[in-house]
Design a protein around this ligand. Structure first.
Ligand code: BTN
Length: 247
């Protein structure tokens, strides 16, 4: 069911107690022409992650998908996703958790000094458009908020486990405000991302169909691509799964 959520957000919010996937619902709205809308759910029964993975989304988490129709090119779209990871990480840090970002857009907490981490939040971006113009972008954000980590897959942690429960209404409002601010100031995204990055300075492996890239992550470009120092020189990757290797 859709009910009023009473949120003062920069997006109009459609709230569901339970839904299959907020991204799937956002896609319906996007194809109907919606913009500046957020779909929020208490629970998802068919949450989706990156790379066709399932995403565990029980009641107590923050599961929200934002539909926008930005005036950007598809090449700038990764910045939108980075903006969301910065928004989530900053909001989670306000809740007292040492949230950092693992390239490109996982929000994690570091465990030890070796680049190990546990995951707190993730993003699934979907996009439609031509080569020169984006028609719509859906940024789906999933944050393990008021959930017991032991009920989630291995490698996950939650705000509850790290710092105690948050007021979810205020928390979603903060995330949406932060996302709105950064998507309207895309030049501020990469500098903010760098400050929170866990990946920079790490030895990483990026898995790609064309062959893995292994080396030290040294920077991100102005469009959010990762710069890696490899034995064959510097390489830049704009997408892929990033594994932190032991030094
Ligand atoms: C990932 O790290 O693999 C991305 C996870 C994205 C999960 C969120 S929860 C809200 C939105 N709806 C979905 O079905 N997925 C995203």
């Amino acid at each position: 069911s859709t009910v009023e959520y009473g949120l003062e957000a920069p997006f109009s919010v459609e709230y569901h107690e339970s839904i299959g996937s907020t991204n799937a619902r956002a896609r319906e709205l996007a194809t109907e022409g919606a913009s500046n809308m957020a779909v929020l759910a208490d629970e998802q029964t068919g949450g989706r992650g990156r790379l066709e993975r399932a995403w565990s989304a029980p009641s107590g988490g923050v599961w929200v998908s934002v539909v926008t129709r930005p005036e950007i090119t598809p090449a700038q779209a990764p910045l939108y996703t980075l903006a969301a990871s910065v928004a989530m990480a900053r909001s989670i840090r306000e809740a007292g958790v040492d949230a950092r970002i693992k390239w490109p857009n996982d929000v994690v907490i570091p465990v030890g000094e070796d680049g190990d981490y546990q995951k707190l939040a993730g993003i699934l971006t979907e996009m439609e458009g031509e080569t020169d113009r984006v028609e719509w972008i859906i940024v789906g954000m999933g944050i393990n908020a008021n959930i017991d980590a032991e009920s989630l897959p291995e490698g996950a942690t939650t705000i509850r486990d790290e710092a105690g429960d948050v007021d979810r209404r205020l928390f979603v409002q903060r995330v949406l405000e932060e996302f709105d601010a950064y998507r309207n100031d895309l030049e501020a995204v990469v500098p903010a991302w760098r400050e929170l990055a866990l990946t920079l300075g790490q030895r990483v492996r990026i898995e790609r169909a064309a062959g893995d890239i292994v080396g030290e992550a040294v920077d991100v470009t102005s469009s959010g691509a990762l710069v890696i120092e490899t034995e064959e020189g510097e390489k830049t990757v704009s997408a892929g799964d990033c594994e932190h290797l032991r030094p």
